[in-house]
Ligand binder design. Structure first.
Ligand code: CA
Length: 246
């Protein structure tokens, strides 16, 4: 897990957190005036972990994740209502919860922070950005490359904390031994293509801490125009992993 302010911004409005007992990981990318962005991302990440823990024995992973994100939304929204200077603050959120047997992963997101899965050298993006440019790519109006360069790339269509309600995407994915998951904020992906991410992950995958550093350094080398946050989760290739061993 690594977060970096980048080379242009004065503050880091990203947040990342993990509860390895629960197998739960989260990246948030905050926005809003005053200190709103920093507060929104930190509060949302903390509220997600706290609620997921409270709901641990309730329902399945999808319901638990959905409930935890709604609680995060409520926490940030209520705080903004109480402090006028924070009005409108919000955050993206991408979270992954690994099942106890490491056979599946529940991935949820709102906004343009992403989850990728590296499997057998191939990188697959598991989330679709909730952003204006992603919508334009889907409609065939612009290419993925044009989307990365667009001045509208920061316009996101779903956000945690800015409205009374949030509509996250929550999806269950299969997990295989050897899989590596990457959660990241758009500070990583605005300058690095999926192909760049794949080569770096494949080249450095044996040491995750080092890989995280290489990813952040690469984004900084290309400008570091935004805060950069990555979480890497490797699923043991030989035996079913224990959460505590992650
Ligand atoms: Ca960002």
């Amino acid at each position: 897990m690594l977060t970096d302010v980048g080379r242009v911004r004065a503050h880091n409005e990203d947040a990342c957190a993990a509860d390895t007992q629960l197998g739960l990981f989260v990246v948030c990318d905050g926005m809003g005036g005053a200190a709103g962005g920093e507060i929104a991302s930190r509060e949302a990440a903390a509220a997600l972990l706290k609620t997921a823990k409270q709901l641990q024995l309730d329902g399945g992973p999808l319901e638990r994740m959905d409930g935890a994100i709604r609680a995060a939304n409520h926490t940030v929204y209520q705080h903004a209502r109480q402090e006028p200077r924070l009005r409108g603050m919000g955050t993206t959120l991408v979270a992954l919860e690994l099942s106890r047997d490491a056979a599946s992963a529940c991935v949820a997101h709102a906004g343009d922070s992403r989850c990728y899965r590296l499997r057998a050298l191939q990188l697959e993006r598991l989330t679709q950005d909730h952003s204006l440019v992603e919508e334009q790519v889907r409609l065939g109006e612009i290419t993925a490359e044009e989307a990365r360069r667009s001045h509208l790339r920061n316009v996101i269509t779903r956000v945690v904390g800015s409205n009374p309600n949030v509509q996250p995407d929550v999806v269950l994915h299969t997990v295989q031994p050897g899989d590596i998951f990457l959660l990241c904020s758009d500070g990583l992906t605005r300058d690095l293509s999926d192909g760049d991410l794949r080569s770096i992950l494949n080249r450095h995958r044996r040491n995750l801490a080092h890989t995280a550093r290489v990813l952040v350094d690469a984004a900084n080398l290309l400008g570091g125009g935004d805060n950069i946050t990555v979480i890497l989760i490797a699923v043991d290739g030989d035996a079913p992993p224990q959460h505590s061993g992650l």
